[in-house]
Design a protein. Structure first.
Length: 248
């Protein structure tokens, strides 16, 4: 992901910088529409520190580029915040915190779709799991932006189907991203595989490892094999993919 961040000393520096860049807290509960891993109906943000950048200029620059492309391709406008939380997770909430991430002087009156929160433990975990490349980060952001797109378009399915569709869109975006940026898409797909679960009767079930990897790969191939450049068309292709799997 841009210049590889390959040493644990830089990871420690990342943690320190994040704390220096805190913008404060948001004293409220927010509803969770979709997330990367285990879900809860709400997240309490009270006394949890919120950050607007990682503190690593190379990483921040790449994230800004990815967010701009995600907004354009997914037809949403979503700021992303880094959250000092105990869980390694990311989630989309329809609650709007409109100051744009990673940009000083963001317009507080800007119209946004909702907000994405990305926890610091997840960022650190992805650093370790990708050997410092953080290649999974744009895929995770795409997964959450897909939830924003679903929210905007009244997505018809619940449970794991909502998550697998977001995985499909993440795969599609990573294939699109690879057309203009050097990357290792395999690392991103492995990250999604590793986040699968077998809690079939749990409301938080996001799909098995095989289902999540297959959804990601199917979205990736839609872009590669059919040269599908439209996020809206990819969204509808993802719905067809779910229907073929028996979504209801």
């Amino acid at each position: 992901m841009g210049k590889a961040i390959t040493t644990m000393s830089k990871a420690i520096g990342l943690f320190v910088l994040l704390h220096l860049l805190a913008i404060g807290t948001l004293a409220q509960n927010v509803p969770v529409y979709g997330c990367l891993a285990g879900r809860s109906a709400t997240v309490n943000l009270t006394e949890k520190r919120i950050f607007v950048r990682t503190g690593l200029p190379d990483l921040d620059a790449v994230i800004i580029d990815d967010l701009t492309e995600l907004d354009a391709k997914f037809g949403v406008n979503v700021p992303v915040y880094f959250l000092n939380d105990e869980l390694a997770n990311a989630f989309f909430t329809p609650t709007k915190f409109p100051a744009r991430i990673l940009e000083d002087g963001g317009d507080p009156n800007m119209s946004v779709t909702g907000s994405v929160f990305f926890s610091i433990p997840l960022l650190m975990k992805e650093f370790r799991d990708t050997n410092g490349s953080l290649m999974s980060v744009p895929a995770i952001l795409a997964h959450e932006f897909a939830h924003a797109m679903q929210f905007n378009n009244r997505f018809p399915y619940q449970g794991k189907w909502r998550e697998l569709h977001a995985d499909y869109m993440a795969g599609w975006f990573i294939a699109h991203r690879g057309r203009f940026r050097s990357q290792n898409a395999w690392q991103a797909m492995i990250s999604f595989y590793q986040k699968g679960d077998t809690n079939f009767f749990d409301a938080d079930h996001h799909g098995t490892p095989e289902e999540r990897a297959a959804a990601f790969n199917s979205g990736f191939l839609l872009n590669i094999m059919r040269n599908e450049s439209s996020g809206f068309n990819a969204y509808n292709a993802g719905l067809q993919y779910l229907m073929a799997l028996g979504a209801r």
